[in-house]
Every structure is written in structure tokens, then in C-alpha cells.
Design a protein around this ligand. Structure first.
Ligand code: F0G
Length: 458
């Protein structure tokens, strides 16, 4: 008999979590303005708001923290990070930043000016925010297959060659770089193939443009390439990672994901000149170039995390857990982005709650229902997140209205996944009776989803 699959770690430290009852949850979510971001974590039983900064560090990472060097300049921890980045990602230069959006802020301060156009595959919200804040425009060139949740496609994060070339042709002078997000969070944690990355590189060379990777989940992307792309089945994750990054000139990284740390990020690049220009902004916004918003101990843990995050055993444990949840939900007939992504399951809220109007925010409504059902916190990736058009100020309704359940790394067991699956099944069984959603009472001018206050439509 073939042995069943099991985790590639054992547990050395635990943190208690608390269940609550429905009455308590009704009060808490009302007080939070029906915004899941505004709940206290003590009010949540299983927290799938994000996989960002919520992972469990290993004993090796905690040990690395104790050896961190807190020198202002030239800290040993900086050089540990440099060695890991050179060895694993193959970039000569880098700058630490306090997290991913800070890396975007620093790099975009050098590269983007008003009126620019930045093509890519479904830019993440902070990326888009940093582009729009500079009065530039993000153009989504993701393949159409990504927006059909029932369609099975191995690389739904891929960039569409024709869409990209059309943008490059029409706006050649306004495009400073192409950005590719690996994996593509906004389309469902979906990977990009090596073949596609090479196509982007070819087009970039043809039009003389830089390629930047938004690399938060690059190791998960490499795992999917190993699993799904012909010719890569026998390559190691690190070899695939090197092949991926060979197509990029620079990268931004939220280390809170695939480097399995609670805080941290960086920019890496090949160009000495770009490094020099970005250093100026790094010093203004983040800190001196050898710490850039991070403690020495955090840089040491990050370096160790880059090695662990690119081990096959770890990635297999990680992605199979996400797949396990996806499979359970699929067995219950629950509509989700297929195939399951790397870091999260994305429920198709339009199909899950067909009786709620899009103006009443279907994915948000589902998120609140799930919290009320079992104290589980997911997050809306839909119209609230998509925000208003910066020019017309009209609500934007994206083609996908998703409720994301992001799985923290090395944190929950499959028993927790079972609770999530059954809670969703219970709601799915009574979906016809959910007919009303929410309306916005107060919102911020940009990135409104974090702080928005909602009220129930009666
Ligand atoms: N790029 C991608 C693809 C991301 O998913 C994120 C963050 C960032 C950039 C920004 O990084 O948070 O370190 O500043 N994603 C988190 C999420 C917040 O929940 O998906 P950050």
C-alpha cells in the first residue's frame, strides 16, 4: 500500500485560538462596520485573511534571529540576505525594505512618471495603487482564460502575447517597464509558465523595455512549473527559480509570503545604475541601504526563509494543503477558481450568491456570512477592493468577484481546513435565502477596502 502524504515538519510551539458563538460574532461584525479587516484577531477562530506575514517561522529562522546583527551600517545580517539573493535569485544588487509595497514605492519612484503606462498580468492592489498614485496607468494583459473560473488551465497567471504587444506598440514611449506578478494573486494565486516569461522577455527586448517581477510567491510559481510545465519535471525548484528570474531585470519582493517571515521585503536588480538611483529613495523612505526598514534579526530570518521557502518538501506540504481545501469545497459543489491557486482558494461569489446584486458586493457578503457561520475570516477580492475609477469616480466591477481564503504557511492543520469546508457548505446549502448585501457608508479616497464602513441592506 502506498504511504499517505504527511507534512514535512513537526510542531514545536503552539498558540491557542478561541471559538465564539454566533451572537458574539453578530455583535463584533456590526461593530466592525461589516469590514473583516476591522475585527480583532481574538474575535476570529480560523484566520484566512491573508498568507502575508502570518506564517510560522522554523526553529532555524528563530535561531537566525538570535544571531542577527543590529549594526546601523554594514550589518552581517545584510550580507546574509545578499548571499541568499545572489544564490537563489541570481541578482547582483538589492535593497532591503520593510515590506513589498515599500519596495514598490522605492522602485517606482525611480521608474514611473505621470502619464506612464505599466502593462502586466492583473497587478496586485498595492502595485496598482502605487502606479495610480503617480498618475500612471496599469493595463491588465492577463490571458482571458483566467477570468473563466470553471476553465481548467495550468497557467492562468500568463500574460496574453497579443494584448501585451498591442499595448507596447500603441504606447511605446510611455512604458517604462512590464511587470509580471508570480504567482498572480489577483487572478487566484495562479502561476505563470517559463514559456510565458520568456515571451514577455522577448517582447520587452523587441521594444527596449525592462521587465520587473512582483515576486511575493515566486517559489510557489516554481513549484507549479515543476508540476505542470513540460521539460521541468526533473529540475530542482532552485533551478526553476533561476530560469524564471533570468527573464527579469529587477524584482520587488514581499518577503512576508515565500520567504516565510512576519515582516520584510526587498528590491533586487542587475543594474548598478538602477541600484544607485533607488538607493536615494530607499534612504528617504525606508532607511540606510544596508537595513532599509528591517532589523538585523529580521534580515537574518529572511535569508534563512529564502532557503526554506525554495525546498521541494516544504512547497509540497504547503500547496497540497491549499489543494486539499479546494478539493473538499469542489466535492461540495462550491464554485471556485479552478484549478486551486498556490496560496489560497478563491470562491466565485457571483456563482455562490446569485441572488445578491453586484452593487451590494457579493464577495463581501459571502465573507461576512462565513464569519458569522464559524468565526472564519476570509477577504473580499471584488468590487470593494477594485475601488473607484480614479477619473470618473464610478465603482469598478471587476470580471471576477472572489472571496479569498488565504492559507498561512505552516500554521493550520487539515482539520481546520475541514471546518472551513463544512462552514462554507452550510452557507452554500442555504444560498437561495441570501438575497441582501451591503452598502458603503464611509470610504477612503484610495485603497478603501482596509477601512471601509458598511451597513446591511434591508
Ligand atoms: N505583491 C503581491 C503579489 C502581493 O500579494 C502583495 C501583498 C504585495 C505585492 C504587497 O506586499 O503586503 O508586503 O506590502 N499581498 C498581501 C495579500 C497583502 O494579502 O495578498 P506587502
Amino acid at each position: 500500500m502506498e504511504l499517505p502524504f504527511a507534512e514535512s515538519y513537526k510542531i514545536k510551539m503552539v498558540e491557542p485560538i478561541r471559538k465564539s458563538n454566533r451572537l458574539e460574532r453578530e455583535k463584533w461584525i456590526r461593530e466592525a462596520g461589516y469590514n473583516l479587516f476591522r475585527l480583532r484577531s481574538d474575535q476570529v477562530f480560523i484566520d484566512l485573511l491573508t498568507d502575508s506575514g502570518t506564517g510560522a517561522m522554523s526553529d532555524r529562522q528563530w535561531s537566525a534571529m538570535m544571531l542577527g546583527d543590529e549594526s546601523y551600517a554594514g550589518a552581517r545580517s545584510f550580507y546574509e540576505m545578499q548571499a541568499a539573493i545572489r544564490e537563489i535569485l541570481g541578482f547582483e544588487y538589492f535593497l532591503p525594505t520593510h515590506q513589498g509595497r515599500a519596495a514598490e514605492n522605492v522602485l517606482f519612484s525611480v521608474l514611473i512618471k505621470e502619464g506612464d503606462i505599466i502593462p502586466g498580468n492583473s497587478h496586485f492592489d498595492t502595485t496598482k495603487g502605487h502606479i495610480e498614485f503617480r498618475k500612471a496607468k496599469a493595463v491588465d494583459c492577463t490571458i482571458d482564460e483566467a477570468f473563466n473560473t470553471t476553465l481548467l488551465h495550468p497557467f492562468k497567471g500568463n500574460v496574453d502575447e497579443e494584448k501585451l504587444e498591442n499595448v507596447l506598440k500603441a504606447h511605446t514611449d510611455k512604458i517604462p517597464f512590464i511587470i509580471v506578478t508570480v504567482t498572480c494573486n489577483s487572478s487566484g494565486g495562479q502561476p505563470v509558465s517559463i514559456e510565458n516569461l520568456r515571451m514577455v522577455r522577448r517582447l520587452a527586448d523587441k521594444y527596449g523595455k525592462m521587465v520587473v517581477f512582483d515576486s511575493a510567491r515566486f517559489a510557489e510559481n516554481a513549484y507549479f512549473i515543476k508540476l505542470r510545465e513540460k521539460g521541468y519535471e526533473d529540475k530542482s525548484i532552485r533551478e526553476i527559480v533561476r530560469d524564471m528570474f533570468a527573464c527579469a531585470d529587477a524584482m520587488t519582493m514581499s518577503a512576508k509570503k515565500d520567504a516565510i517571515v512576519n515582516m520584510g521585503g526587498f528590491i533586487a536588480m542587475r543594474s548598478k545604475d538602477l541600484h544607485a538611483k533607488a538607493s536615494v529613495f530607499n534612504i528617504i523612505y525606508e532607511g540606510y541601504i544596508t537595513y532599509g526598514g528591517m532589523s538585523g534579526r529580521d534580515m537574518s530570518a529572511l535569508a534563512q526563509g529564502l532557503y526554506e521557502g525554495t525546498e521541494l518538501d516544504y512547497l509540497e506540504t504547503r500547496i497540497r494543503q491549499v489543494e486539499y481545501l479546494g478539493n473538499r469545497l469542489t466535492e461540495f459543489g462550491i464554485p471556485l477558481q479552478q484549478p486551486t491557486g498556490g496560496h489560497a482558494v478563491f470562491i466565485d461569489a457571483k456563482r455562490f450568491l446569485p441572488n445578491v446584486a453586484k452593487e451590494e458586493f457579493q464577495a463581501q457578503t459571502l465573507g461576512v456570512e462565513l464569519y458569522l457561520e464559524a468565526g472564519i475570516r476570509g477577504v473580499e477580492i471584488g468590487a470593494i477592493l477594485a475601488d473607484r475609477d480614479p477619473v470618473t469616480r464610478e465603482n469598478r466591477y471587476p470580471s471576477l468577484e472572489l472571496m479569498r481564503l488565504a492559507i498561512p504557511r505552516r500554521v493550520y492543520t487539515n482539520n481546520h481546513m475541514d471546518v472551513v469546508a463544512v462552514a462554507l457548505k452550510n452557507i452554500f446549502d442555504r444560498r437561495e435565502s441570501v438575497t441582501k448585501g451591503y452598502r458603503i457608508l464611509e470610504e477612503a479616497p484610495i485603497m478603501r477596502h482596509f477601512t471601509v464602513t458598511l451597513e446591511k441592506v434591508i
